[in-house]
Write a protein that binds this ligand. Structure first.
Ligand code: NAD
Length: 429
């Protein structure tokens, strides 16, 4: 099939590269000239395991084209995925100006029937708005359909998630749109859920909010554990074996971050308000998440007594392992809170240093974990990269000014670490 993908970010690029690898001809568009220039050479500007190989493969087989020219994609592709960003506005609502811009351009340029598919995460009724926008700008009255096909991939394992999803959600208003999309996905071994557009849009927000709720729920449990001497890891294990609950997303930590959960949660709270419903559970989920970061800083303060003038090493800047994405990463808030207390910060992350340098000032960026812990008063684990699990803790202890670990992701066994001579503080244990 001929596919256009507008937006070459984490979602658009993975979508484009994966469909090309499955045999479609894909034109992937981005307005960022530098990004397209590097993609044309097969260089992927983000860190996503396995993505560069799939992109290079698509380029060499001439099934994947990168361009800044949206008209090319609109002219040549029957199916056009909109995968541009939907960042939050100041009030938490999703900013849909990029989506609107793309919808207008498609309407003006489309030469014949086009199926316009929302891949970006958008509020309910965005599909309706896209339909209205395309209609208003489509002077030649060319036939089109709008569909919703939300993306559930996780950064760090995006290729596998895209190729082997738990389910594929397709929201359509016409049987033609349904047939095109079910044919596009027919070789995927996953159930295809066909709904109306509004339900598909809601499935995405409801899913992300539910997962965020699970995390905040466990973080609340971890606070109870700390007060009564229980171990949140054992509690999570005991809960997760119940199939109605499930094992995933039960890890307590420093709170969730990333480009999806925080912004989608905020957006869903606003969407609910707009339709006349106060989503109190989600407001609590957000409150717990914000509190968890402050709670982590408090733990460091309790261990060090006076923060001002101390040196804290923060290991892990990306919002989770195996990505270089630092958007809404807990590390940024935690570092800024510590800096406000006069703490000197040293940081290291295996992949996110370049992105972090764009937003963090007055911190020392170190070349590896060992230079990061040298002369430090506290080692704070914020992202659970494997590299941190495997470091030589004896060497770390020799390098630190005082042997203190505040483990925001519970990556170490407290007994082992304490035996090595560290003071160890985890989450909920
Ligand atoms: P991103 O910021 O990485 O990528 C968006 C891209 O769109 C950018 O490269 C930007 O230059 C481009 N763009 C913006 N306006 C454009 C225009 N008019 N024409 C061409 N290109 C344009 O964002 P992302 O992480 O890929 O997220 C995209 C959407 O997918 C968001 O709605 C997000 O919520 C959703 N989503 C993200 C994830 C994830 O894990 N990142 C997962 C599922 C869904």
């Amino acid at each position: 099939m001929d596919i256009g993908v507008i937006g070459a970010g984490y979602v658009g690029l993975v979508t484009a590269a994966c469909f090309a690898s499955l045999g479609s001809k894909v034109i992937c568009v981005d307005k960022d000239r530098e990004k397209i220039k590097s993609l044309k050479k097969g260089k992927v500007p983000i860190y996503e395991p396995g993505l560069e190989k799939v992109v290079k493969d698509g380029l060499s087989k001439k099934r994947l084209i990168f361009t800044t020219n949206i008209n090319l994609a609109v002219k040549k592709s029957t199916i056009i995925f909109i995968a541009v960003g939907t960042p939050p506005k100041d009030n938490g609502e999703a900013d849909l100006s990029y989506v609107e811009d793309v919808a207008r351009k498609i309407a003006i340029e489309m030469p014949s029937y086009r199926l316009i598919v929302e891949k970006s995460t958008v509020p309910i009724r965005t599909g309706k708005k896209i339909e209205e926008t395309v209609k208003a700008n489509n002077r030649r009255r060319i036939k089109f359909d709008v569909a919703s096909n939300p993306e559930f991939l996780r950064e760090g394992q995006a290729i596998n998630d895209f190729m082997h999803p738990d389910r594929i959600v397709i929201g359509v208003r016409s049987s033609k749109a349904r047939d095109i999309l079910t044919r596009l996905y027919e070789n995927f071994k996953a159930p295809i859920i066909v709904t109306d557009i509004e339900s598909a849009e809601l499935i995405k927000h409801a899913s992300n909010s539910f997962l965020a709720t699970k995390i905040s729920f466990m973080n609340s449990i971890s606070n109870i554990c700390e007060k009564c001497g229980a171990d949140v890891i054992k509690v999570a294990k005991g809960m997760g074996l119940d199939r109605r609950i499930g094992k995933d997303f039960l890890s307590a930590g420093v709170g969730f971050g990333g480009f999806c959960f925080p912004k989608d949660l905020e957006a869903f709270i606003r969407i609910s308000e707009n339709v006349g419903y106060e989503f109190d559970i989600l407001k609590a989920v957000k409150k717990v998440n914000d509190h968890q970061k402050m709670h982590f800083v408090k733990k460091i303060e309790e261990a060090l007594w006076i923060l001002s003038g101390k040196t804290v090493t923060v290991l892990g800047l990306s919002f989770k392992p195996n990505t270089d994405d630092i958007r809404y990463a807990p590390s940024i808030d935690i570092i800024n809170m510590l800096k406000n207390e006069g703490v000197k910060i040293k940081v290291f992350d295996p992949k996110a240093m370049n992105n972090a340098k764009k937003v963090l000032t007055a911190v020392t960026f170190c070349k590896d974990v060992y230079s990061a812990v040298r002369n430090s008063d506290c080692l704070a684990i914020v992202t659970e990269w494997n590299e941190f699990k495997e470091m030589d803790l004896k060497r770390v202890k020799r390098l630190m000014r005082q042997p203190l670990i505040v483990d925001g992701r519970n990556i170490y066994n407290p007994n082992i670490v304490k035996k090595l001579g560290f003071k160890y503080i985890g989450i909920g244990r």
